[in-house]
Ligand binder design. Sequence first.
Ligand code: NAD
Length: 357
Amino acid sequence: MPGTPYKVVVVGLGKRGRHHAAAFRGNPRFELAGIATRDAAALAKAAAELGSPRTSTDAEALCREVKHDVFCFCTPPRVRLELIGMGIASGARLVAYEKPIALSMNEAIEIRGHVRTAGVKTVVSHQHRYGQHYRKAQEIIASGALGRVHTVYAHAEGWMMHLMTHLVDLLRWYNGDAEAEWVMAQAAGRGKLTDNHPSPDFIAGIIHFANGVRGSIECGAGAPDVPEVDYWWRKNLVGARGTQGFAEALTGAGWRAVTPQGVQAGEGCMNYDLDMPPYVDQIADWLDDDARVHPCNGESAHKGFEIAMGMLRSVVARGQVALPLGPGEPELEALARVLPNTPVLVSIEENRKQYLP
Ligand SMILES: NC(=O)c1ccc[n+]([C@@H]2O[C@H](COP(=O)([O-])OP(=O)(O)OC[C@H]3O[C@@H](n4cnc5c(N)ncnc54)[C@H](O)[C@@H]3O)[C@@H](O)[C@H]2O)c1
């Protein structure tokens, strides 16, 4: 018997806020009870698209009116701690929010402390993993068909604070969520330090996992091309290699694998319309049953963020950085202090437009 739908409030109605609101609205296990954003015109437009839920330009006031189960916010990366606090204070049982979870390790640690103390569940939108191509590669890896997996790898042309936590989420999944023990990285290019997803123009790093598997990640202007994919933001590749083959997914162009059974390939492309419905459905599963922990839970996102921030600390401190991380100098500020003013070297022509306008 279906129960009463979980009530949801969505704050921030840009691209991702509208995706989330539409996905909650489209799932009978949820009721989109309210939406809020400070821009009255954007609010009215979103309300018209979303079946006229309760609206407010004041998120806190909306939260006082609606007795909701889920507080969802989709704001730029600099807006996190304040809205986590608002979500907890609103009495929600679960806060769903966007990646990256923070802009520094200190902020991530503070967020984790607050939600643990409050006993509030958190889910972070690393929804790429619902893509059929990512899932197919993961199934092949988990089946043992690659023999002993020794390497997981990922790269993206897009810059770090947009894409690295997606890549890390997938790498950790492809490596059975093994703990990362240390990371080491190098970075180049100051151009994106002032972006709203502040990042070095290029970062390349390695991860040593406790199960002996080596991870490698490259994000930004110097990352290798994925020529099979046309759309620049989807020129990303994630995979695993083992003693008997490899399996990998291309964000914009399917999956492929070579195993002792032969060469295989199939379709798939990152697609919000396909990825958001199962992502929100598993939020309802976790609200129904504490044992059905969401795959994109905040504790897992914290571990992934730690890998990313560890890499920045490695660039600054020059050397290996042991995980887990405690508080420290805010990583992006420390990076800005040390990164030379040498223009980044690009790996593909299109990156010149993105990084060296
Ligand atoms: N998971 C994914 O695949 C994916 C894809 C794109 C973007 N993102 C992430 O989603 C987040 C939002 O991106 P977007 O593209 O929707 O941005 P956007 O600029 O389209 O929308 C941001 C929204 O936040 C609101 N906002 C800004 N400051 C606020 C504040 N202080 N309080 C309340 N609301 C505030 C804005 O008014 C706007 O409605 C970013 O963190 C981005 O990295 C994730």
